[in-house]
Unconditional design. Structure first.
Length: 260
């Protein structure tokens, strides 16, 4: 008869099998641990690589964003009524923005293609930034440096209402006079400059005459634009580009006489 001690004894084969099973479990655990650590390292490397590319992405974003482009197939929407048949025709440039903005730019050149005057009608779209100064870029368009400060040079009354005038700061008799008029409804900005006239009153009269001669050719799908010009035409009056104090408004200027 076999003794109880002999029946409970563990054979060498059982010990070997138990050790093999333990070893397999340890190897499997280590493999899963290495895979987990490897995945963490991979995610860390990808994260660092992405963070390293963020400055480049931010730098490239403005360059890749589409901006203003010449619209060759668009038709002119504005014109200036001529004072006489000998008056030179201005160049007409139309710019469009993907976010809906449109700029109609009329330019006149004098001798040796020197800029004589400019008139821009800017119909604002989604690209318009309210925080940006309205006169930004006006100095450069006037032939000055972009850093040239501008100061107000009074107001003139036109068929569109009061229009602000601008000149280089500290200049009593500027070579050119800038102007700007903003309209909220419809969202519209009229700006430009004029180098016509030997005196400040003559320059102001030239600007007023230009704006009073501005007419709308087509409003497209903008009924409020047509309404704005229709109301303005009711206040239009003939102008004398040679200069007249009747066009001036402001503390230091004579008041308008007569109805518009």
């Amino acid at each position: 008869m076999q003794s109880p001690e002999a029946s409970t004894a563990v054979s060498p084969t059982q010990i070997h099998l138990a050790l093999a099973a333990f070893a397999d479990e340890v190897v499997g655990t280590l493999a899963r641990l290495f895979a987990y650590v490897g995945a963490l390292v991979l995610f860390a490397i990808l994260g660092l690589a992405a963070l390293g590319q963020l400055p480049d992405l931010r730098d490239d974003e403005p360059a890749s964003r589409p901006g203003w482009a010449v619209a060759d197939r668009s038709h002119p929407a504005f014109a200036l009524s001529k004072l006489d048949s000998s008056e030179k025709t201005a160049s007409y440039l139309i710019l469009r923005h993907p976010e809906g903005g449109r700029r109609d730019v009329l330019r006149w050149n004098g001798e040796v293609d020197k800029p004589l005057a400019e008139l821009e009608i800017y119909r604002e779209g989604g690209e318009f930034d309210m925080a940006r100064p309205a006169t930004e870029g006006l100095a450069l368009r006037m032939g000055l440096t972009a850093a040239t400060p501008l100061e107000q040079a009074g107001l003139i009354d036109t068929k569109f209402g009061p229009v602000a005038l601008f000149r280089p700061a500290g200049t009593a008799q500027p070579a050119c006079l800038g102007y700007l008029k903003r309209n909220e409804e419809p969202a519209l900005q009229i700006s430009g400059f004029s180098c016509q006239g030997d005196t400040l009153p003559a320059q102001r009269a030239a600007v007023a005459c230009t704006l009073n001669r501005l007419t709308l050719l087509t409003s497209g799908n903008e009924p409020k634009l047509a309404e704005l010009f229709a109301h303005a035409e009711l206040k239009r009056r003939p102008c004398t580009p040679s200069g007249s104090s009747d066009w001036l408004l402001g503390a230091a200027n004579a008041q308008l006489r007569g109805a518009l």
